[in-house]
Design a protein around this ligand. Structure first.
Ligand SMILES: [Zn+2]
Length: 299
């Protein structure tokens, strides 16, 4: 064993110990154990039979198979199939043989992200919070944890599916918030209203008023309101110091503090504020510095 291999092995060992300690300390694990332990005597059969359980099978992808073929074989929509398998999928048009897909016929499996609450998840899927609590036996739980998987009963629409569509079918950090003609790029320009030299801190995408605007990445709503220049606008906070801004909206569909999924509808495009026609003004910032969105968005 050379020196660096030894260090890796020691760090790995420490990681396992740390995990074991965390798992032991975790109120979630203690709670879920006690929850299951008390399940028998406190819940009668009648109540249990009313709790919607996922109709789930696991399926190993064979060489050459497509998502459409698999969805058709199991009688589910491609959207729901993608929605339940976000972490396993990288490219919707080139399935990797050997990956195992979870196929749910009566809803979608959702993996919790850091900062996301059950209320956020309920809003994301348009399913009642009480239904999600009941289906996952979460009554009495105080915390949910990133990476936990919950069954969203009856969900058919998946923001993950939309996100993939807006990213050209491949996994990407950012996806397009709308698709349309680029009418103004990032950088120095002559301002369309003042006629003065100006620096355009985002891009303008021409879309008809009322077009759905999707979150370009999962994150928390940092601001949602009215601004003299941007008109109705939304700012989302993402990981790695990134923020995205959506301006000149006609409608805001989120509130400050809400966690939204990438691909979730956050509002509708418009022509409010300092705007010369219906379009979406879109910015990507990192640690407060505006970046050229075209360098970060998929083709
Ligand atoms: Zn603009």
């Amino acid at each position: 064993m050379n020196r660096s291999v030894k260090i890796v092995a020691i760090l790995g060992g420490l990681g396992v110990l740390l995990w074991a300690w965390w798992a032991h300390q975790s109120p979630l694990l203690l709670r879920s154990q006690s929850f299951h332990a008390q399940g028998g005597p406190t819940l009668d059969d009648e109540v249990l039979s009313l709790v919607p359980a996922p109709d789930l099978v696991e399926y190993e992808v064979q060489p050459g198979e497509t998502l459409e073929q698999i969805a058709a074989r199991f009688g589910v929509s491609v959207e729901a199939l993608v929605g339940s398998n976000v972490s396993a999928l990288d490219d919707l048009h080139a399935l990797e043989p050997g990956i195992v897909l979870k196929i749910v016929r009566n809803g979608i499996l959702h993996s919790v992200k850091r900062g996301q609450t059950l209320t956020d998840i309920a809003r994301t899927y348009g399913v009642a919070l009480s239904e999600i609590v009941r289906a996952n036996r979460l009554e009495g739980r105080e915390y949910i944890y990133p990476g936990e998987e919950f069954f969203i009963p009856g969900a058919a629409r998946s923001p993950a599916w939309t996100y993939f569509q807006m990213a050209g079918g491949k996994k990407s950090f950012f996806a397009w918030p709308v698709r349309g003609v680029l009418s103004s790029g990032f950088g120095p320009r002559i301002h369309p209203i003042s006629g003065e030299p100006d620096f355009h801190e985002g891009i303008d995408i021409e879309v008809p008023e009322g077009t759905d605007v999707y979150a370009a990445c999962a994150g928390k709503v940092l601001a949602a309101g009215r601004h003299s220049g941007y008109g109705l606008y939304i700012v989302l906070q993402h990981s790695n110091g990134y923020r995205t801004l959506y301006g000149h909206l006609s409608e805001i569909g989120v509130y400050r503090g809400q966690f939204v999924e990438g691909g979730q509808v956050i509002g509708r495009s418009g022509n409010t504020g300092n705007s010369t026609g219906p379009h979406l003004h879109f910015e990507i910032l990192q640690y407060g510095r505006p970046l050229n969105p075209l360098a970060l968005l998929p083709p």
